[in-house]
Design a protein around this ligand. Structure first.
Ligand code: CMP
Length: 139
């Protein structure tokens, strides 16, 4: 059975573009509610840990440098079928391939600076949620 939570990060590029409000509105309008949320900045070491699954990929250094370059908004979102529905809402990783009306189509500028992260499985949603939030930060 599909889970009802996913983890998102509004990435440094979208924060710099002043797009936090617009992205959160799209998330709420799509039926997601906020289970946990924080405005924070990852250290390089934290970004490396979060994206450890990509450590052999050629873009790992660039990705972790970018993700620690400025503040982000991290949030656990709640909705039935959260992981799949959120990935539909954000669109393809590469904004050039993202469908019209998706968050990445509207706000992302490149495959590296792609505005938002969304968990790719229920298992990773739990791991990523636990990475950012303790029990007392969830409502
Ligand atoms: P995200 O959903 O956060 O998960 C992994 C991230 O790696 C992805 O979004 C992209 O931002 C990044 N990524 C994937 N492929 C590339 C690439 N070819 N070059 C740079 N960054 C990439």
């Amino acid at each position: 059975m599909a889970g009802n939570k996913t983890l998102t990060m509004i990435k440094p590029d979208a924060v710099k573009k002043n797009a936090i409000g617009g992205i959160l509105k799209m998330i709420n309008d799509a039926g997601f509610t906020i289970h946990a949320m924080k405005y924070t900045q990852l250290t390089k070491a934290q970004a490396e840990l979060f994206y450890e699954v990509h450590k052999e990929r050629p873009f790992y250094g660039e990705l972790t440098e970018f993700m620690s370059s400025g503040p982000i908004v991290a949030a656990i979102l709640e909705k039935d079928n959260a992981v799949e529905d959120f990935r539909k809402l954000i669109g393809a990783t590469n904004p050039a391939e993202a469908a019209e009306g998706t968050i990445r189509k509207i706000y992302a500028s490149s495959i590296g600076e792609n505005a938002v992260h969304g968990s790719d499985s229920d298992e990773n949603a739990k791991i990523e949620g636990d990475f950012h939030f303790s029990a007392c930060e969830r409502f």
